[in-house]
Design a protein around this ligand. Sequence first.
Ligand SMILES: [Zn+2]
Length: 358
Amino acid sequence: MTKICSKSTFFNHSLTGFLFLLILLFFPGFINDIYSQSPFKIVIDAGHGGKDPGRPNKSGIKEKDIVLKIALDLGKKLENSGNEVIYTRKKDVFLTLRQRAKIANDFDADLFISIHCNAFHDSSVHGSETFVYGLHVSDANFNVAKKENEIIFLDGHYSDDNENYSPTSTESLIGTTLMQEEYLDQSILLASFVQKNFTKDLKIRNRGVKQSGFWVLHNTYMPSILIEAGFMTNPKEGAFLNSKKGQIGVSNSIYKAIEKYKKAINYSKTPIAISSNKEAVIYKVQIAAGKRRLELKPYNFNGLKKLSRIKDGALYKYFYSSSNSLDEIKMKKKYARLNGYGNAYIVGFKNGELFEVD
Ligand SMILES: [Zn+2]
């Protein structure tokens, strides 16, 4: 009896496998559709490095070393849970702020996380604060940004092609077109999760989510935050940040905040198969339509990536990005509009049919 049962179970399994193989062989598009949702991409930026040690403090511990350890541990946790991670640095090397922003933009990341530790002449000051790029620059926040921005002068690159931007003047922080404004809501959401976790998990004083003019945040085209995990100049907090326990604790709190953020924006890492699931909707940003068939290369579309195209009658329709999250596509629409597609709008695909969303 037992034997017959196990035999029929085996038969069922092999039949299912065979049918699945048949589907894959005869419907190769099915495979593409399954993987149409790419993994969530995060750039982790350990502040400073190489000739730039970060904030000075009397205890001799270095900001660049602490933040690198936090960054590497955070990356490992994120990779283990299926995210795609890129580090601006994995070693003790110097990078300009421009290089950091470029790495994030080239990778077309969904998030940019810059990790720092704070310092202050008064050693009693302690607590963590997380910054988003913003217009409402208070004097105190401006001074924090100024310190972190000063590194631009170290490498001397900034004056070449950035003559309108002086990283230590308030006017230039406010006067330019602000890509980051478009991502402000998302950035604040993530920053608040980080801050809450620090307080809840590590009992670090919450100094709040703040807006300031960090150069590196200003130049990334995705939701971005800069974390000042605590004050190295405070004896107790400095020792904690310099300990393995502290570094793992900080990375764990950031990790949990990112996973919570993904849920909040309805990001689904479960891929959706359009052709096998009639109810599934995939959203895209329609950026152009015309009679010419253009190659789907970024240089044909103002640098945009993740392009797709359909033929509709005599017209080719061109799309940017693809997601089952409408919130995510709304951000992509803003990005497309800022990149020369002022009339870009959202469309959905359901059961192979295109429909307009807005
Ligand atoms: Zn720093």
